[in-house]
Design a protein around this ligand. Structure first.
Ligand code: SF4
Length: 221
């Protein structure tokens, strides 16, 4: 990993798939607004996760392990990586025998078939593949409240979605873009609603911004 380069947070791929504007507000304006959903998710996450390695014979679980991709310039942490002994597998620093890997991403709330979850999971697998020169055909989502595990096939279509989401995220980062709001059902669950004002027309917002800037300018003169 290159210390001089910026790496985008891997978990924000999930935000970008949910709403590109939300990801841009996080990335370029550093806005974070907590709501009940995000607070619940964070609390559950903190309860379950501390960095550790659990080993039972040929089966190892690595929690909160850092991952990165130089190719995509993203970095983050895997909630859990399962490593099972496999003579055709790869070698990783925490284990002294060859293993095959499977990332597991923990989610709170009820079971939902969300593309954003799968994209994040697949990006983690792609980071692991690049780091340890291996192939990871599947991962899993574990729903904490429901206590259910759902397997996810990491096929080429999903990998392409990851690449495209990374590209979109880098574009808004490099060009400091904040895409316009598109109001939809997703906005009802979004913690950024008050800040984003998705129902207000862009032109009205621009107008208000311009008024504020003008007021600030007059004040400083
Ligand atoms: S309120 Fe809607 S448009 Fe605005 S950031 Fe949230 S999801 Fe995106």
């Amino acid at each position: 990993m290159d210390d001089d380069q910026e790496y985008l947070p891997l978990s924000w791929l999930s935000q970008a798939d949910y709403c590109l504007r939300r990801a841009a507000l996080l990335l370029n304006e550093r806005v974070w607004v907590e709501n009940v959903e995000t607070a619940k998710g964070r609390a559950e996450h903190e309860r379950v996760h501390t960095q550790r390695v659990e080993r039972r014979g040929d089966f190892v679980k690595l929690y909160e392990n850092s991952v990165f991709s130089d190719e995509m310039q993203i970095s983050g942490k895997c909630d859990c990586i399962e490593a099972v002994r496999d003579e055709n597998g790869c070698t990783i620093p925490a284990v002294d025998f060859p293993v095959r890997l499977l990332p597991v991403e923990y989610k709170h709330g009820k079971i939902r078939d969300e593309s954003e979850y799968k994209i994040q999971l697949c990006a983690e697998a792609m980071c692991l593949e690049e780091m340890y020169h291996t192939t990871i055909p599947a991962g899993a989502l574990f729903y904490i409240t429901a206590h259910r595990r759902v397997d996810v096939e990491l096929d080429e279509a999903l990998r392409e979605q990851v690449r495209q989401t990374v590209q979109k995220l880098w574009k808004i980062r490099r060009e400091m873009l904040i895409p316009s709001a598109v109001y939809g059902p997703k906005c009802k669950r979004c913690s950024m609603q008050e800040y984003c004002m998705p129902k207000v027309k862009t032109s009205a917002k621009e107008y208000c911004k311009a008024l504020l800037l003008e007021a600030e300018r007059v004040e400083t003169e």
